[in-house]
Ligand binder design. Structure first.
Ligand code: MG
Length: 267
């Protein structure tokens, strides 16, 4: 479809379609399984990035351009869930997951305000945090601010662990390009951060766990033989790779049996 930077894939089993973001083109796209047709789902999308669904099936979206997290209601209206923290604007929410208890966990590395390509260049008002948001009350708490660029994130299948990608600062040498793992305490806090895997010489971006707890990590900026998807066992061992001819930004499982992997690329 001529995308410039695809991101945020999310599967809608009820409609048998995939949605994703094309950030620089300021639109969201839809692929329909039955026909294979690709069309525009939303334009403008406010430079949307990460997407997921809440436990009621509603679309949850990170927007760079408007620096907010939104929910799309069943009738199509868009509800702003969060656009600031303690009176300061969010940087540019990147990726998002929903816990079974309804809380929305998202990262705010601010790539959408670094330059105009993926949003609108602006000054950072907040540290690059991971937040946990109660969508009913609007209350949010910082889960961690220790990552340089918190990006993709996913829970383990039992929700006892949270994986977070740190994409560091523009892939400069010496900056962290690893995936961290945390223990989730009382579904509400993180503790015991440690390195899960080192993604050097490239970086991951978006990640998903499969039902066995393996971590499927998009991989890019490492060149041929590296770019694609790297799969890690729960102990961090690299157990497989999918090679792609370009950077992979993110991925999700879909299909009736959830055994189809959708990968968003740089085109
Ligand atoms: Mg991302």
């Amino acid at each position: 479809p001529g995308a410039r930077w695809s991101e945020g894939p999310v599967w809608f089993g009820d409609g048998r379609y995939l949605l994703w973001s094309d950030i620089p083109n300021n639109r969201m796209m839809r692929w329909v399984e039955e026909t294979g047709e690709v069309s525009i789902f939303r334009s403008p999308s406010n430079n949307s990035n990460g997407n997921t669904r809440d436990k009621q099936g509603r679309l949850i979206t990170c927007e760079h351009g408007t620096r907010r997290v939104t929910r799309t209601e069943y009738d199509g209206r868009i509800t702003v869930l969060m656009d600031s923290f303690e009176g300061k604007r969010l940087n540019a929410p990147n990726d998002v997951v929903v816990h079974p208890d309804g809380h929305i966990w998202f990262t705010d590395p601010g790539y959408g305000i670094l330059m105009n390509y993926e949003g609108h260049k602006a000054a950072f008002e907040l540290p690059t945090c991971v937040y946990r948001l109660n969508p009913d009350t609007g209350e949010a708490k910082v889960m961690t601010d220790e990552l340089e660029k918190p990006n993709g994130l996913c829970f383990s299948p039992d929700y006892s662990k949270l994986y977070i990608v740190d994409t560091g600062a523009s892939h400069k040498p010496g900056h962290p390009l690893h995936i961290l793992v945390y223990d989730v305490v009382d579904s509400a806090r993180l503790k015991n951060s440690r390195m899960f895997c080192d993604m050097a010489p490239g970086s991951s971006d978006g990640i998903r766990c499969d039902v066995d707890g393996n971590v499927w990590a998009s991989a890019g900026w490492g060149g041929e033989g590296y770019d694609g998807v790297h799969i890690f066992a729960p102990d961090g061992d690299l157990i497989g790779r999918i090679h792609l001819p370009e950077v992979c930004s993110n991925l999700c499982f879909g299909g009736v049996k959830r055994n189809r992997l959708f990968m968003t690329g740089s085109q």
